[in-house]
Every structure is written in C-alpha cells, then in structure tokens.
Design a protein around this ligand. Structure first.
Ligand code: ZN
Length: 215
C-alpha cells in the first residue's frame, strides 16, 4: 500500500493521496486538506477565507489543515503570515485535525508559534530538506516530517534527516513534483537500508496514528 501524504494533484498511484485543494474546489478527491498557504495570503480576502476554512475543515474527507505555515523568503508581510498561521493552528485544534506545514527559514518562529498557542494536534512539516540541527529540534518538539523529491538528491539534507528522525515520525509525499510516489518509497527504503515492504507497513501505521484513520 502506497500513501502520498501531500500532493497537489491526484494521479491515482497510491491507495491514499492526501490532495491539497482549494476551498472552492468542486472536484473533491477521497482525501484532501484545506489550508491557506503563506504565499497566497491577501489582506482583503483573508478574513473571509479563514471563515470558510473554519466551516469546511469539518468535512469528513478533509483530513488535515494545510498546507499553511511561515516563509521568510516570500513577499507577504511576516507578521500577517504569523497571524494567519495562528488562526489555522486554532482551527486545527478546534476540529482536532493535524496541520500540514510549509516552513522556509522560520523554524524558530514555527516552534514558538505552536507552543505559544498550546498546539495539541500533530504537525507534519512537509518537503523537509533542512540540516541536522533543525531536524533534531523538530524531533525534540514531537513534530513529524514528510519527505519528497529532495530524497532523490545525492546526500541531501532530506536523506540525512530521514535516517535520523525515527521511523514513527515520517511520511512520504510527491508535493508538486511530477514523479510517482512509488519511486519516492523506493528511494526512501534504499536510504534507510530496509525492506520496502517493511517501510510500507510502518508508513501505514504512522498514517493511521496521526490521521486517526483505519486503512
Ligand atoms: Zn505543497
């Protein structure tokens, strides 16, 4: 069984594809997440969007809030990003669904924000490709990781982190990359030096635990 924990399009090569869709999407896959990405926060419409998210988040097939998060490399005002992320932490906690997080050069702020708002839901940092120090802090905070195409790079940070984060703490994804999740699985098992079948079982358990879903 293959599980793609974060993607933007459905390609039907996994039993579970957690597809990040727009709030106004009319074509909803079996499993999806809604969130307001820091890149696309617009001051004029944000209150409305958050209100819609607060309602839509309850939908049964919406398994998580995200992707949302913090990004110091984009043009959107960082304080506004913090406000909008905080709102989404609160929404996720009120409906008890995990957060799928996009984080670029703002890991301290991410952790502070989660702790300050007494976050209790699982947090999955997606597309992780950062150094060991950051990975260690995140592990200590009990966060989860989702690894994607960065695993394909030779001795990438993602590959190093995968070996260190612990088997109960990770997921695999394609995000917006045009590759099969099966290939990412193959690569990850190779990096870990374990049987792919064993890893598939582990990822199924991880998914069931974090998303409270029986597969
Ligand atoms: Zn994404």
């Amino acid at each position: 069984m293959f599980i793609n924990t974060h993607t933007h399009s459905q390609v039907h090569d996994a039993k579970i594809e957690l597809v990040n869709i727009q709030l106004d999407s009319t074509n909803k896959p079996n499993h999806y997440s809604y969130g307001i990405h820091p890149w696309y926060i617009k001051k004029d419409t944000i209150d409305n969007e958050l209100e819609n998210l607060r309602i839509a988040g309850h939908e049964k097939r919406c398994l998580a809030i995200g992707e949302c998060g913090l990004d110091k490399v984009c043009d959107v005002d960082f304080n506004l990003q913090l406000e909008v992320f905080t709102e989404q932490i609160q929404i996720a906690n009120s409906i008890k669904k995990p957060l799928i997080v996009h984080c670029v050069k703002a890991f301290n702020e991410l952790i502070n924000c989660l702790n300050h708002h007494d976050n209790q839901v699982p947090v999955i940092v997606h597309g992780f490709n950062n150094n060991e120090n950051i990975a260690r802090v995140m592990v200590d905070q009990g966060l989860y990781f989702s690894f994607g195409k960065a695993l394909l790079g030779y001795q990438s940070n993602a590959a190093k982190a995968l070996k260190n984060v612990g088997r109960k703490n990770f997921f695999l994804e394609t995000d917006d990359a045009d590759i099969s999740i099966k290939y990412i699985y193959h690569k990850a098992a190779e990096i870990l030096g374990i049987e792919e079948e064993f890893m598939r079982e582990q990822l199924k358990n991880n998914f069931e635990t974090v998303f409270k879903l029986k597969l």
